[in-house]
Design a protein around this ligand. Structure first.
Ligand code: BES
Ligand code: MN
Ligand code: ZN
Length: 497
């Protein structure tokens, strides 16, 4: 949509943006901007009803090339997140008009919004910045000579006040992290191999200056007994690795780190338990848990800069097929001593995640651990593309994850742990199987499997994002394709921890 978006504090913009609530006229503060009366006149038009996301254009208004009256929806239903949608719709109209500079004056409409002043100018700016930034994501680097790629314009954003401008900067930063996650997700599996992703992580760490990146591959995986990686990744010439990113704060170094573990399968063919029918298509996105974590680390290191360490573990492999592939019937002994009978090589994510969870508990002394993974097709059936599935039995952490979900718009719904689900995972010859013969409760079985690798007493949340990591159609501020789910949620979670 836009090649770039930046905040400009000075100078004149060509487009003016004002807000209008549904079935209300312009408020007094907004009217004060309307010296020539063209805005008030435009609100008399039938389409100027303030419906959420509506955009009414007024040419040659108040010395601007054009003004846009954007609908904020009903006052009672209004929330900060509504402004992402407003940004999406406004951004589309701005791009269509080939606008290069814009002046957001929507704070005026938000004055006296309600008694608690729920949406302050900073938050409003953040939502607008996030929406515009996410709207602007595209992936054209692999378009060849046979495609005309549309040229995009650069957009300079001005506004009524510094808090709004600062908010826009923050929102753009959150969008950038999300867009990095989306770009990684979109990168095809013949390019985005585990080691390629590791190299991207190294580049990000170097650039940020406050992160360190360590790669565990080859002999190191053997030495550290990361058997999930070794076995799942065995069949592919694209070798597995565990990518460890560590953010070190300027202050608060000695605090316990929060550890984020992301499933990063560069491709999931199912292995010898091969995916059939259309099941394999799109499995380049089986790295999206790791992509979400990657994007979150970008936001953490560049925008939030929290006063506590954060460690990310991207557990990465390609689940492929060859004579060297791990097989159904193999038994693996994990680093924590738990033995796993492989019953289905397509339940591979939990095996690499097991390595990451053991590592997090044993080596990182975590404040808490969150893993995020495109783990099961069952969660798609259960929750669709609306909520991510969340398992977390610690009330305090759960409340934080839920709040971060609401605030970021990447919402999660609680799913259960229960001893009876754990019992479903018992193996006749080893401790547990990686996939039970019982068909029911698949997403919960996945979560139950993971409990065997989290130390007693460690606070932990598991997120299954197989339903929400990609979206089928355009929304107000997103296009069909990877959603970058997790980047904003996890960054928000870290900020409130
Ligand atoms: N990567 C898949 C899960 C998935 C499905 C992600 C659809 C995105 C969209 C995972 O590795 C998998 O194959 N899960 C199996 C587990 C089963 C074999 C226990 C599934 O859900 O069918
Ligand atoms: Mn699989
Ligand atoms: Zn998978």
């Amino acid at each position: 949509m836009f090649e770039s978006i930046r905040v400009a504090s000075k100078g004149k913009a060509s487009v003016l943006i004002v807000g209008q609530f549904k079935d209300e006229g312009l408020n007094t503060e907004t009217k004060a901007l309307d010296t020539d009366g063209s805005l008030v006149k435009a609100t008399k038009r039938a389409d100027a009803n303030g419906a959420l996301g509506s955009v009414v254009e007024v040419h040659g208004s108040n010395g601007y090339e054009r003004a846009m009256i954007v609908g904020l929806g009903s006052r009672s239903g209004f929330e900060a997140g509504s402004l992402r949608k407003v940004a999406g719709k406004t951004g589309r109209a701005l791009a269509k008009a080939k606008a290069t500079s814009v002046n957001f004056q929507i704070c005026k409409a938000l004055k006296k919004l309600n008694k608690t002043d729920a949406v302050d100018p900073f938050t409003a700016g953040a939502m607008i910045g996030e929406g515009l930034g996410m709207l602007s994501w595209s992936f054209d680097s692999l378009r060849g000579t046979a495609t005309d790629v549309a040229t995009q314009t650069k957009l300079a954003v001005r506004s009524c006040c510094n808090p709004f401008n600062d908010g826009v900067e923050r929102g753009l930063g959150f969008a950038e992290g999300t867009n990095i996650a989306r770009t990684l997700s979109q990168t095809p599996p013949n390019i985005a191999t585990p080691m390629w992703i590791a190299n991207e992580a190294k580049k990000m760490a170097r650039k940020s200056g406050n992160m360190k990146c360590t790669i565990f591959s080859g002999k190191k995986l053997e030495e550290e007994r990361l058997v999930g990686h070794i076995n799942v990744g065995k069949a592919s010439e694209n070798k597995p690795c565990m990518i460890r990113l560590e953010y070190t704060p300027a202050r608060g170094k000695s605090k316990k780190p929060i550890v984020l573990v992301g499933k990063t399968m560069s491709y999931d063919s199912g292995g010898l338990s091969i995916k059939v029918g259309g099941g394999m298509r799109g499995m380049k996105r089986d790295k999206d848990g790791g992509c979400g974590v990657f994007g979150a680390m970008h936001i953490i290191a560049n925008v939030i800069k929290p006063n506590r360490p954060v460690v990310a573990l991207l557990v990465s492999a390609e689940n492929s097929i060859s004579d060297e592939a791990y097989r159904p019937d193999d038994v693996l002994t994990f680093r924590n001593g738990v033995t796993v009978e492989v019953t289905n090589t397509d339940a591979e994510g939990r095996l690499v995640l097991a390595d990451g969870l053991i590592w997090a508990c044993e080596k990182e002394n975590p404040e808490y651990v969150v893993d995020i993974a495109t783990l099961t097709g069952g969660i798609v059936t259960a929750l669709g593309a609306v909520y991510g599935g969340m398992w977390c039995d610690d009330a305090e952490l759960r409340a934080k994850v839920e709040a971060a979900g609401e605030n970021s718009g990447e919402i999660v719904w609680r799913m259960p742990h229960h001893a009876d689900y754990n019992a479903m995972m018992k193996s006749p010859i080893a401790d547990i199987v990686n996939s039970s013969a019982v068909r029911g409760a698949h997403p919960i079985q996945g979560a139950a499997f993971l409990t065997y690798f989290v130390e007693e007493g460690v606070k932990w949340a598991h997120l299954d994002i197989a339903g929400v990591h990609a979206i089928g159609k355009d929304s107000e501020f997103m296009c069909a394709g990877p959603s970058g789910f997790g980047a904003r949620l996890l960054a928000d979670l870290i900020e409130r921890s």
